[in-house]
Design a protein around this ligand. Structure first.
Ligand SMILES: [Zn+2]
Length: 430
């Protein structure tokens, strides 16, 4: 544990050491006040008839992605429809859809070869039923053809061979999902840069998007017994790793906890209140609390390579799906507000953390939101000292100022901002 997680030197340089990862980060004076990325210089008008056809995640192109696992529909009343048949894909509009990722990090073959995974009977039956409908067979074949093309293989070979039958069935059995929000652009957009990001959703819409993601995590643990962790993240815009400028999150089952969880787990044996004393209390001491509501707290994070906010659930529960609706809403509202602060043109990564279910040490549900506004370069590779252009104090002040405006404009849910927040206590340690 570093003596000083956060120090401001005489010239104004801020040196940080992450309390959880040990990452060393410096911010030198004079670079922190650059504006966030604005709209691109060139913008193209949008033909309203094409607004739902802009990318493969758009509502007019449902058949370009693998068969859905589930969709949330609002009209005439909110409900989740599981496994929409091909013939009914256009019968409703999906507010949020959960689909398999066509380019999985860990394929079904990986789980089969390394963990003896077998496609469960129910999934196989569902796949067979989907493929028995000619519309379904055509959908699946089209998807397999585009994957073959993307991999540089001959799409005409993706046909009726036995291994292709298996590939078709495997499309239904994946454990790397994409949770896709309805809009590509905001409603009524006239130009192609009027993107619908997390921060342009209403707090209600954002909550539904988050809740569908929480449910996808729960479901992947349940359906992939060898999964030791389910990673959830959001890459927004290409500089942050997104393939499409269409709002989506990814949920990926993996067969390890990952080194960071193991590192924190060892420390938690001696310091079960690690996240309170080393993260939240340090944030309070340095005036880095950004916002708080009844169920969550947001701070400007210390020791990140990019400007980063951290949202912690203050609930006793650890696992996201053990949080009740109001608690999930609390986390969602703060995350939504922070996205609104960054604006739709700021590339960002959202990284979710939770206690792996087979780990006994207490860990809170938390989400890190990073602004990808700088590029790591040779200096960082050489020294392992990372230069972050915005220090946590400045990040907090910018967020607090902007949140005040957003709240006044009614664009974010009710929250206590900056000094209005009390002294946050995390509930995870019991
Ligand atoms: Zn789209």
């Amino acid at each position: 544990m570093a003596e000083h997680p956060l120090q401001r030197l005489a010239d104004g340089t801020v040196k940080q050491v992450s309390p959880l990862t040990g990452t060393t980060v410096w911010t030198v004076p004079g670079r922190a006040h650059r504006p966030l990325p604005g709209a691109p210089e060139r913008r193209q008008p949008v033909d309203p008839s094409q607004a739902d056809m802009l990318c493969a995640f758009c509502a007019g192109r449902y058949r370009e992605t693998p068969p859905e696992k589930s969709r949330l529909v609002l009209d005439p009343h909110p409900r989740v429809i599981a496994h929409v048949p091909a013939a009914e894909l256009d019968a409703t509009v999906a507010e949020v859809r959960r689909i398999p990722n066509l380019f999985e990090i860990l394929s079904v073959d990986y789980w089969r070869a390394n963990h003896g995974f077998e496609v469960p009977r129910a999934v196989r039956d569902r796949a067979e039923a989907y493929l028995a409908d000619p519309a379904g067979a055509e959908h699946v074949q089209g998807v397999l053809r585009s994957r073959a093309l993307a991999a540089g293989r001959d799409p005409d070979l993706a046909s009726t061979a036995p291994e292709d039958r298996q590939a078709a069935i495997d499309l239904f059995a994946g454990s790397h999902d994409v949770v896709v929000a309805r809009r590509h652009l905001v409603d009524g957009a006239a130009f192609d840069d009027e993107l619908a990001g997390s921060g342009t959703l209403t707090p209600d819409e954002h909550h539904r998007f988050v809740a569908m993601t929480v449910d996808a995590i729960r479901d992947l643990y349940q359906t992939r017994p060898a999964a030791l962790y389910v990673a959830a993240f959001q890459n927004w815009l290409r500089p942050a790793g997104a393939s499409f400028d269409h709002l989506h999150k990814q949920v990926v089952a993996i067969d390890e906890h990952g080194p960071q969880v193991e590192h924190e787990r060892v420390r938690l044996r001696d310091e079960p209140d690690l996240y309170q004393t080393q993260v939240i209390d340090v944030a309070v001491e340095h005036g880095l609390v950004v916002a708080q509501n009844e169920h969550a707290v947001a701070i400007a994070g210390v020791g990140h390579r990019y400007p980063a906010f951290e949202v912690y659930s203050t609930a006793r529960e650890h696992l996201p799906w053990e949080h009740d609706e109001a608690q999930v809403r609390g986390v969602s509202d703060l995350l939504h507000a922070l996205h609104a602060v960054g604006g739709v043109h700021t590339p960002s990564n959202e990284e979710w953390h939770h206690r792996p279910p087979d780990v006994a040490e207490p860990m809170p549900w938390r989400i890190v939101l990073k602004w990808r506004v700088s590029t790591l370069a040779g200096f960082e590779g050489d020294t392992k000292v990372y230069v972050n252009t915005i220090d946590p104090y400045t990040l907090r002040d910018r967020a607090v100022a902007r949140l005040g405006e957003l709240r006044a404009a009614g664009l974010v849910a009710d929250l206590r901002i900056g000094d209005e927040a009390g002294t946050p206590r995390l509930g995870y340690a019991g």
